[in-house]
Ligand binder design. Structure first.
Ligand code: APR
Ligand code: PHB
Length: 394
């Protein structure tokens, strides 16, 4: 079997890259380890930056998002019993974010791929990229006991943090940067109306809390828990009580509770590898970097990597500009590190750290107070939250 771009992984990165390439007439094949329902079953974040929204529209998969997604002009920071509005639109010259779940983005991309007739292999086992440094790389895998070999020009490693792509790069090539936080997020999805029109990120003595949503009738709430917490120890009642205890009183009083549809604990981690290219293999999305969810940058970073590789490949196939391939990693990493910084900073500002003493707590409260009391501070938060611009490829 032969293609131009072999894509490993059918998460948002692989599917979006595949769709953009297909529309541009660049042949690609997606190889995914799981089945489609498993991929769709994962509940992840739901805040899309303007850049990602535009990219989804460009890929021809924006219709349902534009119909069902909620445009948010701002969000709130809660601390010291206060609720402070960050006017994203006003502070950034009109930029906003779109509330639309990653699950829905993935579903739209899967449907578009199926309709396009482009080739995908789900339930693929023993996926392995080969000859990355040569000019004829290929990927081998098995499906239903049958062996496959896919020859290609380039390989896009879109297979997430635990995938095979990053692991195929010889030891010593990549430099890893990592921070593991001493806590996780316990998340609950429920069919209840949101407590507020906007997202609320809350800093509280008992720990961080977040009020988010998927639609006017479906909510997603989180509370910070210690890293070793077990989800089975959290009844719905315990969760709702803990959440209420961390919100300003008048907000807690308005909170509508209900049975959870999904409940899970996610660890918090910052992780980056450098570089994101090895020969003809390119890493995208979670395969190359992880951010803690504070600030909702994970999915958006995947989209900006896709944007960068897509625009480079357009020029490679259209104009023979193979020189641009060497720039992929540096272009991506400049934006990734800034989002890593923002996610780390939001995490530091809003969570309760085990080692934090009374002085540390005052510093956190004062930093929040300082930022929201200053126009420059609010603007800094807003421009990062809506997403820093994508770099042009020339
Ligand atoms: N072979 C083939 N596919 C694989 C392999 C493998 N060896 N290992 C993992 N995969 C698949 C996974 O099953 C998954 O469907 O690769 C896909 C990776 O998808 P994600 O983990 O969602 O990563 P990505 O597409 O980069 O999505 C961006 O940013 O912060 C996050 O939550 C956000 O998941 C989102 C991610
Ligand atoms: C979510 O809705 O799941 C969500 C929103 C904002 C975040 C993280 C997660 O920062």
């Amino acid at each position: 079997m032969k293609t131009q771009v072999a894509i490993i992984g059918a998460g948002p990165s692989g599917l979006l890259l595949g769709q953009l390439l297909h529309n541009a007439g660049i042949d690609n094949v997606i190889i995914e380890r799981q089945d489609p329902d498993y991929v769709l079953g994962r509940i992840r974040a739901g805040v899309l930056e303007q850049g990602m929204v535009d990219l989804l529209r460009e890929a021809g998969v924006g219709a349902r998002m534009d119909f069902e997604g909620l445009v948010h002009d701002g969000f709130e920071l809660a601390f010291d019993g206060r609720r402070e509005h960050i006017d994203l639109k006003g502070l950034t010259g009109g930029k906003t974010v779109m509330i639309y779940g990653q699950t829905e983005v993935t579903r739209d991309l899967m449907e578009a791929r199926a309709a396009s007739g482009a080739r995908s292999f789900y339930n693929a086992a023993q996926v392995q990229p080969h000859d990355l440094k040569g000019d004829a790389p290929y990927v081998t895998f098995e499906q239903d006991g049958e062996q496959f070999r896919l020859d290609c020009d380039y390989i896009a490693g879109c297979d997430g943090f635990h995938g095979v792509s990053r692991k195929s790069i010889p030891a010593g090539v990549l430099k890893e940067f990592e921070r593991v936080y001493p806590f996780g997020w316990l998340g609950v999805l429920a069919d209840t109306p949101p407590v507020s029109d906007e997202l609320i990120y809350a800093n509280h003595e008992r720990g961080f809390a977040l009020c988010s949503m998927r639609s006017p009738t479906r909510t997603r709430y989180y509370v910070q828990v210690s890293a070793d917490e077990k989800v089975d120890d959290w009844s719905d009642e315990r969760f709702w009580n803990e959440l209420k205890s961390r919100l300003p009183e008048r907000t807690a009083a308005k909170l509508v509770t209900g049975p959870s549809i999904e409940k899970s604990i996610a660890p918090l981690r910052s992780f980056v590898v450098e570089p994101m290219q090895y020969g003809r293999l390119f890493l995208l999305g979670d395969a190359a970097h992880i951010v803690p969810p504070t600030g909702a940058k994970g999915l958006n970073l995947a989209a900006s990597d896709v944007n960068t590789l897509f625009r480079i490949l357009l020029k490679v196939y259209g104009e023979g500009r193979t020189d641009l391939l060497e720039q992929y990693s540096a272009i991506c990493l400049r934006r990734i590190w800034k989002a890593e910084r923002f996610s780390w900073w939001m995490t530091s500002l809003l969570h309760r750290f085990p080692e934090m003493d009374a002085f540390g707590r005052r510093m956190q409260q004062t930093e929040l107070d300082y930022y929201v009391s200053s126009e420059a501070g609010r603007r800094t938060i807003a421009e990062n939250y809506v997403g820093l611009p994508y770099e042009a490829i020339e």
